[in-house]
Design a binder for this molecule. Structure first.
Ligand code: SAH
Ligand code: DHB
Ligand code: MG
Length: 229
């Protein structure tokens, strides 16, 4: 086991490296900076994706040519903005947020960035609002980042709401290694249920990427829907 002092030293290095990479790789984004400032002022937790992760999501939209995106978990709309900025003007990102007060903060940030024509926030528990999407055109890219307990349910819905070739990205699948702990909290259990269902699904191809950085030690699962018939 690492001592907690070692942990702090590692975290400091991961954050410093993220700061360096942001400086040399990312164009400044006043709208994203203001989003984080406003989120903090409104009491939202800083559990958005990091700037480099946001740029990864942005590039996944570019590379895939996605025109329709579904997001689970809006918070202040940081990741929503990263993805929507890569959409063509007739593209659409639908983002699901349980808390009305949180959705208001996101809308403020999204309007400031002039991305409101491409983003629709659906307020309510995703498990209740998802059925309203069943008749929608399929989504090309889906980002799952809401409550972790419901990961398996969100994965089932995502496969259903996608099409062959759609991409699904799931955040927080490593949780500082908690997926290996004997005592798993409900969130970690939810992530493990989703991960452990993957091999039984011939309809997807999947991998997972461990990451360290200013958001600690965590990771994305990356899936491709092969068939959903
Ligand atoms: N994707 C965001 C961070 C999302 S944090 C970003 O990177 O910027 C997780 C969000 O999911 C929180 O805002 C939380 O309120 C929301 N959430 C939690 N449970 C939910 C549920 N059952 N349905 C919809 N949203 C939920
Ligand atoms: C939490 C949620 C997230 O989506 C995340 O990226 C980090 C932390 C959380 O609920 O603590
Ligand atoms: Mg997350």
């Amino acid at each position: 086991m690492n001592s907690s002092l070692q942990q702090i030293a590692f975290q400091q290095q991961w954050s410093n490296v993220d700061d360096y990479l942001e400086k040399v790789l990312l164009h400044p984004s006043p709208n994203l900076d203001k989003t984080l400032e406003y989120n903090t002022s409104q009491g939202l937790p800083a559990i958005d994706v990091s700037p480099l992760q946001g740029q990864f999501l942005h590039m996944m939209v570019q590379i895939s040519g996605a025109k329709r995106i579904l997001e689970f978990g809006t918070l202040g709309g940081y990741s929503s903005q990263c993805m929507a900025a890569a959409l063509p003007d007739d593209g659409l990102l639908i983002t699901l947020e349980k808390e009305p007060e949180v959705a208001k903060v996101a809308l403020h940030n999204i309007e400031r960035a002039q991305l409101d024509h491409k983003i629709r926030i659906i307020v309510g528990d995703a498990s209740k609002t998802l059925p309203t999407l069943a008749e929608e055109e399929p989504f090309d890219l889906i980002f799952i980042d809401a409550d972790k307990e419901s990961s398996l349910l969100y994965l089932d819905w995502s496969i259903r709401l996608g099409r062959p070739g759609s991409i699904i990205i799931i955040d927080n699948v490593i949780r500082e290694g908690a997926i290996l702990h004997e005592q798993r909290d409900k969130s970690t259990d939810g992530i493990c249920q989703a991960l452990e269902s993957m091999l039984k699904r011939p309809e997807i191809t999947v991998t997972a990427l461990q990451m360290v950085g200013k958001k600690g030690w965590d990771g994305f699962a990356l899936l491709r829907i092969n068939t959903n018939k």
